[in-house]
Design a protein. Structure first.
Length: 356
């Protein structure tokens, strides 16, 4: 009898230790998601969405198989994040070097053309040096754009004898402006879908909230998207995301903003009240359930994917983060209520393995 009690006490202690360890594990995953360096809205956003998905999976079913899957998936996600973050940082540095090099060449064309002009050129050089010390690439691009405008104004005031240097400077500045616009485009666009990326989406949402006009958001999530990646691989998943993004963009108004929020989540910002947004959400749910062809040419698979939608109307004095959190909560409430997590259907060719 004593032995039985001791065993039961030990089981109770082990159960308590497991629950505490599980909470610590989930909290650690949450902290990794929250503290991930914002190297790029797309890269960091996708990591956070994927980690939140793992946290939900473990919270709902903390069995050994789920925990082992979560361990392997988290390791894979973080390794992928490390590679993509390093590549992203390298691209940013290359963009910056190209901008500064182009600017320096443009400024250099004016050197040696009169003392007053040389002094002015030196001022631009000093400012350019200060700009290059910055860590915020967006701020650097903004500051350099201002320098370009000032250089152009300076060029128009120069004496006629400097016509050739001016022409050369104008050519260089035009080249630089084109590079700057391309860099800005890359910085605000999701590379996979071509939609607005999360960073740009957050900025636009903040600005629209500050306008204090009626505003609602739709948080949209593909149902059962993990099944596609697990069964056919990530290249097929990417094809579905591109196809879905195009479908979504074609079913909203020009004045609406469509943003890839991360992973298989999308955000739509509507200039309307909550009831109208609810109506629009219902229409979108029907239109977004569609068939997508995935796989290499000649070996495609038909995949029917639906979407769940969460709706929230902006409240007076509410932060954009709280607005998104309410839409996100509504989204997962709808998923749980309607069993959206299983809403993926494969075509007749689905049983045939696809090698990508």
């Amino acid at each position: 009898m004593i032995s039985l009690r001791q065993n039961m006490d030990k089981l109770a202690r082990d159960e308590k230790r497991f629950r505490v360890a599980l909470q610590c594990y989930l909290a650690t995953l949450g902290n990794v998601a929250a503290c991930a360096v914002e190297v790029s809205p797309d890269i960091t956003g996708s990591l956070r969405v994927a980690l939140r998905s793992l946290i939900r999976d473990v919270s709902e079913d903390p069995e050994s198989e789920i925990l082992e899957h979560c361990r392997d998936a988290a390791a894979s996600l973080l390794a992928d994040y490390q590679v993509k973050a390093a590549a992203c940082q390298s691209r940013k540095e290359e963009d910056l070097r190209a901008m500064l090099s182009s600017m320096a060449e443009a400024v250099g064309t004016l050197a040696g053309h009169g003392d007053r002009q040389s002094a002015k050129v030196k001022q631009f050089a000093v400012r350019l040096h200060l700009v290059s010390k910055g860590n915020d690439l967006a701020k650097i691009r903004e500051d350099i754009a201002k320098q370009v405008a000032e250089l152009r104004d300076f060029g128009t005031s120069m004496a006629p004898e400097n016509c050739e240097p001016l022409k050369e400077m104008q050519t260089r500045l035009n080249e630089f402006q084109e590079r700057l616009e391309q860099a800005e485009q890359r910085a605000s666009t999701d590379a996979l879908t071509g939609l607005v990326n999360r960073g740009e989406g957050e900025s636009r949402l903040k600005r629209q909230i500050s306008d204090r006009e009626p505003l609602s958001v739709l948080m949209i999530d593909l149902n059962g998207f993990k099944q596609i990646n697990d069964r056919w691989g990530h290249p097929c998943g990417d094809q579905v995301l591109r196809s879905f993004a195009g479908l979504l963009a074609n079913n909203v108004r020009a004045l609406d903003m469509v943003c890839r929020w991360g992973g298989d989540e999308f955000l739509v910002v509507l200039r309307c009240t909550g009831p109208i947004a609810q109506q629009r959400a219902g229409e979108l749910r029907a239109r977004l359930t569609s068939q997508h062809k995935v796989g290499p040419p000649g070996r495609t698979v038909d995949v029917v994917v639906g979407a769940s939608v969460g709706v929230a109307e902006s409240r007076e004095g509410e932060s954009w983060e709280d607005l998104i959190a309410r839409a996100d909560a509504d989204l997962y409430s709808n998923k749980s209520r309607k069993g959206g997590l299983e809403s993926v259907k494969f075509g007749a060719s689905a049983p045939v393995a696809v090698s990508l």
